[in-house]
Write a protein that binds this ligand. Sequence first.
Ligand SMILES: NC(=O)c1ccc[n+]([C@@H]2O[C@H](COP(=O)([O-])OP(=O)(O)OC[C@H]3O[C@@H](n4cnc5c(N)ncnc54)[C@H](OP(=O)(O)O)[C@@H]3O)[C@@H](O)[C@H]2O)c1
Length: 350
Amino acid sequence: MSEKSYRIIQWMTGDVGQVGIRHFADNPVFDLVGVLVHSKDKVGKDAGEIAGIAATGVVATDDIEAIVAMDADCVFYTPIIMDVDTVCRLLRSGKNVVTTSGFFHPTETFREGGEQIRAACSDGGTSFHAGGIHPGYAGDILPLTLARVMSKIEKIRVLEVVNVLTDAPLDHIDWLGFGKEKDKFLSEPTILGLGTVFFAQSMYMVADGLGVTIDNVTSALEAAVATEDITHELGVIPQGTVAAQRHEWTAWVDGTGLIVLEALYTTTTPDKLDPPWSLGKTLYRIEIEGDPPTALTLEGVERADGTMTHPGYDWTAMGAINAIPDVCDAAPGWHTHLDLGLIQPRGLVR
Ligand SMILES: NC(=O)c1ccc[n+]([C@@H]2O[C@H](COP(=O)([O-])OP(=O)(O)OC[C@H]3O[C@@H](n4cnc5c(N)ncnc54)[C@H](OP(=O)(O)O)[C@@H]3O)[C@@H](O)[C@H]2O)c1
């Protein structure tokens, strides 16, 4: 394997960015050279302290100009929301950008921003790529990977199950709308519903990969209510309010719902839900109807000591980070998963 190493700037240190710091500090393929934060209380701290590991010698700053001026091969860009102008500045400054925050596939929604990104790549002689777990892996790379061994495909169903109480930050309970009256919840915009254009990128990537054209994407939403109070560290989801939600997005091709993405987010077990949806544990499952009918489940497993933390943020960060060497070594441009082909992760066996 290549001995080449890549100088990395970590842009923001939230859940995903902290995985980045831990990985860049541990994998000799990467050399962490800069860290940008937003939170004042993180400024001046060693990146290792922020990410819960030993000191790295890299001190966090909130000075964006200093970071833009810094010399590095790649910025691992993980803010809350991607700012196209900022990404273009980084690309024009001669740094490649890999992100988990958006622009996974050039759908119509991302056409204009994509053109700006391509122009910045051309000016800076740099490359851009977006990856993650979903979008960016479970709903696009995995179905296409399974398609490789199929002879006929009639329908692709991608199921995401998230137990929010056990496997997500607890502030997500309010943020996702749990605890609302069902009618109110179903009549208002939802966070996941607002993400439709992001998830749609996965469906367009799969369709492009299979050489078919999506006519339109439709969405549906259902909610289940708690049959008893559900208490958690930050409060309670009252009996009778929304305790689980099910989003379904369907990509239609020639009158057939060819690709269905389903997101089941719950806060409890089926026995405390009406209707008693059987939601199971946090996982991704790909089911392909066709020949031969085929399915694949992606789930975290217990460590040797019996502990188990859902690896969603690790998967998110690593899905993008493992592409960094290929992106840095590629010709300038926006490289989607279809452009990059089979990624060869470096430094994982250590
Ligand atoms: N594709 C996927 O599979 C996938 C999955 C999960 C997340 N994501 C995306 O990955 C990105 C990072 O997610 P995350 O969970 O790490 O995010 P996060 O923890 O919510 O926040 C990221 C960081 O943004 C900074 N920030 C907070 N408030 C800010 C403000 N008002 N203005 C500017 N910056 C602010 C903070 O940086 P500091 O703490 O450093 O100050 C915060 O830690 C998001 O865009 C998310 O949508 C993608």
